[in-house]
Design a protein around this ligand. Sequence first.
Ligand SMILES: Nc1nc2c(c(=O)[nH]1)N[C@H]1C(S)=C(S)[C@@H](COP(=O)(O)OP(=O)(O)OC[C@H]3O[C@@H](n4cnc5c(N)ncnc54)[C@H](O)[C@@H]3O)O[C@H]1N2
Ligand code: MOO
Length: 409
Amino acid sequence: MKSVEQHVSDIVKLVAAPEPIELDLLRAHGSVLAETVFATVSLPQFDNSSMDGYAVRAQDVADASPQKPVRLTVVADIPAGDPGATAIPPGRAARIMTGAPMPVGADTVVPVEWTDGGVANVAIHQAPRRGNAIRRAGSDVEAGTAVLTAGARIGSAEMAVLSAVGRRSALVYPRPRVVVLSTGEELVEPGRPLGPGQIWESNSFMLTAAAIEAGCAGYRQGFIGDEPAAVLDTLDDVLSQADIIVTTGGVSMGAYDVVKEVLARLGTVRFEKVAVQPGMPQGFGTVGDSNTPIITLPGNPVSAYVSFHLFVLPALHKMRGLPEEPLPSVSARLLEPVTSPEGRRSYLRAVLDYDEPGAATAYTAAPASRQSSHQLSALAETNALVVVPESVTRLPEGSVVEVIKLPSR
Ligand SMILES: Nc1nc2c(c(=O)[nH]1)N[C@H]1C(S)=C(S)[C@@H](COP(=O)(O)OP(=O)(O)OC[C@H]3O[C@@H](n4cnc5c(N)ncnc54)[C@H](O)[C@@H]3O)O[C@H]1N2
Ligand code: MOO
């Protein structure tokens, strides 16, 4: 049987690294930055007030106290957005709002709470230190510095930085479009009634969500029955919308394993057994004139979920322009004994907990009691995968094992 590493490597080789494109900011959300972004101006660009209050000269209010408030004439009102042309003479104040530029002549802001809030005149009853409540030009970002480096994932924080330095668009690796298609004559759309022998379809929902969680644009094509012509037609339809197609079901040994039958005829898709549990029957290749990559996962829901994380995620990372790195893992102490088939590497669903910071391993792993590949309820109850090597068939409670943390769990 093929090793897990070989299968990961084959699938990663199957997909291409992305070409960068310029995208408008909100469309760039979730993409990976393909350029380093420099600030063309300083942020803030000008000294401004960090509080609503009064712009003054510190020396004019140095003696202010509750017993002897200092009274100043207010000569101007400076809202945020003021062009900053105001000047105050000695012994005068200007009412100033948060974010408004400091007037020429003032060196300090007195918060409104330290005053009587006067409009024509103001009584100040607490002396500020010089420079109080002023945000200096360049105190956030200096002009010419890099604010984001190539490779950054554009989330809400990066969106804030890009727009604040005046960028309307960015050079990015766009999110790969992942089309998810399931097969099976027994499948019924959730929300519709079930007939005898039927089940509600879940794989395409699960994997579309997983693709979106992985930073891709996930599209649920839904599911089709076991009719080869329908499978071919549907694949043809989705080719133009997909950077990669992920299918589930129909890849084992059954008489109706339609994905295998149809794609094997197209010639470029290989079907293999990988030494893994769950997720042994796997396939990958390309379809159509566009040579669109296709990964065919097994239909059992837990097998599809685990194989997505083991085999599809690394490819999606490459397609997003991210470095190839495995999912993070830690060493943990097993809270229950586990078993595993000889010659296959098991990935057992488990709850990983941070337990005793002082102990040899600070983590514990509690394997789910339901480990069969149809027992999908265990997926939502767990957050990690315990790895049991190919040569190991049982491990007692207390064994220290490698545990992979599942993303977004
Ligand atoms: N004689 C053999 N039988 C099986 C073998 C084998 O080596 N020899 N391998 C088993 C393993 S391991 C797996 S995994 C499955 C893979 O089967 P397929 O990929 O062909 O998937 P199906 O037969 O279509 O479905 C399997 C199972 O999963 C349910 N399913 C399928 N699609 C969905 C969906 N979209 N949503 C929810 N549930 C789904 C389906 O009803 C079946 O129960 O083969 C074993 N058999
Ligand atoms: O290898 Mo299959 O994926 O267990 O159920």
